[in-house]
Design a binder for this molecule. Sequence first.
Ligand code: WQD
Length: 316
Amino acid sequence: YDVVIVDNLSNSEQTVLDGITAIVGTCPDFVQADCTDASIMDALFSHYTDIVGVIHFAASKAVNESVEKPLLYYRNNIMSLVTVLEAMRKYKVHNIVFSSSCTVYGQPDAEHLPVGEDAPLKKSLSPYGNTKQINEDVIRDEAYANSSLRATILRYFNPIGAHPSSMIGELPNGVPQNLLPFVTQTAIGLRKELKVFGDDYNTPDGSCIRDYIYVVDLAKAHVKAVERMLNQNTDEQVEVFNLGTGCGLSVLEILHTFMRVTGTNVPYQIVGRREGDIEQVWAKADKANNVLGWTADTPIEDVLLSAWNWEKKIRQ
Ligand code: WQD
């Protein structure tokens, strides 16, 4: 597909385009703009008259930042989606893929683990998670009012890793909040030690369990979702898919596997629990596997190595 990237660069860098070009051989069109800016979005949709679909990931995503700056998260995450949907309605663009999150499930009850798309949603513990729940409702309500809209909601579990070429990867600003970038920065010597937030949870080794999904596998699911809508392989206006491996791994399992496959030591210390963390969640991925025809099948060892290779590349 020909792609136009719209990004306000608040949490990314334009050099990413060089990496994309090195991988795919062509440079996608890039528009530096904020998706909450209705006039720019209108100009963009009137300029690109052959848009067949939108993949909307433009959102702030740091859970603890959202607790400190809720208005930034409600404005950015909700108004960017509303603005994009308004432009899509005006210019008759019918297909959208939306980046949601397993955060909408909160801490699933034991009988709902692994968690399926039909599991009950729980009130989110953070404004970030709440914006995802609200945005899913925005999409459903717009679809009800606009019968030509098709939407695929992808609930990401924990995206990790980098492209195998090490040309593009995760670039967290400042101190990483997420586990793997903190691990790789500690392994390379940028950070003194990893703090493991709690080993007194009701899990086999006491640390929290998550479903870590390779970001490249995640990307492939988006292409599948666009294709499914373009080929109109469903009568449903709105479909929801969990994007996970179906396998839960603990913080300590990730840490020890990383050290084993990279041959590096990662100094760490067990500290108290992090506020807002849930204990354990991992996906029931059957629907994405069987309906979307997509499976996250990259071995965790390769995923962790991709993150390590990327860390070494950017610190050269
Ligand atoms: C994973 C585990 C931490 C850092 C959040 C969002 C989710 C998604 C990913 C956007 C937890 C532990 C972490 C550290 C640690 N966001 N940890 N030491 O919180 O599961 O999910 O980020 O896509 O929507 O909710 O991810 O990577 O922050 O934490 O022990 O220095 O690692 O306690 O158990 P999380 P995470």
